[in-house]
Design a protein around this ligand. Structure first.
Ligand SMILES: *Cc1c(COP(=O)(O)O)cnc(C)c1O
Length: 240
């Protein structure tokens, strides 16, 4: 990549970032929220490390990946980036995940939380490792996540995991053509979080919800983290 080419790409990423941040700010205005309360995770799956170095230079320094191995390969090549895992995590990859990611947004079982707790205590002693609990709000058989009906009981089994900091909840909206159709899912996640916290469950207020097609609706419904890929990096050419 020539310097000129890189400069153009940095500008393009900067413009895409500014456009997404403006859309977040406008959604916040509509909802009477403060835009600083919304964190943008740039979902960079399938984007190569060379491009990601320019993304970081353009201010996209919090990156989301859904595969441990892909992120582990790219992370050493992208200085200054911070990484969140947003995809499924197998038990045998937890150690690697803890080395690469600063947070895991996609914890979908008590067993996985227990394993992260055990290894986080070893790998990052003294720190409470940040996680979010992924909730399958719509009971979609194609999606991972806790059942909303039994989430309280599941959290009750996780309260003694002292190496974990359960920052909040995460969900993936339905695949829909009309972003409005995702609103009930986001609203349910927000209500669930409020109910749990009102009942004294020790989870934080974060709500990770909203992707390229529906992040404005998610922000209107209270998202504190949006996970945006295509609106920043363009269409993905191969399946993720
Ligand atoms: C790919 C992915 C995203 C980003 O999706 P876009 O539609 O590209 O914005 C967000 N969250 C998760 C869990 C993903 O796998």
């Amino acid at each position: 990549m020539t310097d000129a080419g890189s400069r153009e790409r940095i500008e393009a990423f900067g413009a895409a970032r500014a456009a997404v941040l403006e859309r977040i700010a406008n959604a916040c205005l509509r909802a009477g929220r403060d835009a600083v309360a919304v964190t943008l995770v740039a979902v960079s799956k399938t984007v190569d490390a060379d491009a990601l170095r320019d993304a970081v230079r353009a201010g996209l320094d919090l990156l989301g990946e859904n595969r441990v191995q892909e992120a582990a390969v790219k992370a050493p090549l992208v200085p200054g980036a911070h990484w969140h895992l947003v995809g499924p995590l197998q038990a045998n990859k937890v150690r690697r995940a803890l080395e690469v990611f600063e947070a895991i947004e996609s914890v979908d079982s008590v067993g996985l939380a227990e394993r992260i707790d055990r290894l986080a205590g070893e790998i990052r002693p003294g720190l409470r490792y940040p996680i979010l609990l992924q909730v399958n709000v719509d009971a979609d058989p194609a999606k991972a996540g806790f059942d909303p009906e039994t989430l309280a009981a599941s959290i009750a089994r996780m309260v003694d995991l002292e190496a974990l900091d359960i920052r909040g909840l995460m969900t993936i909206g339905r695949l829909v053509t009309d972003p409005e159709s995702a609103r009930p899912t986001f609203r349910r996640l927000r209500d669930l979080s409020a109910q749990l916290r009102d009942s004294g469950f020790p989870i934080g207020p974060d709500l990770s919800m909203g992707m390229t097609d529906d992040f404005e609706v998610a922000v209107e419904e209270g998202a504190t983290i949006v996970r945006v890929g295509r609106a920043l990096f363009g269409e993905r050419h191969h399946p993720d």
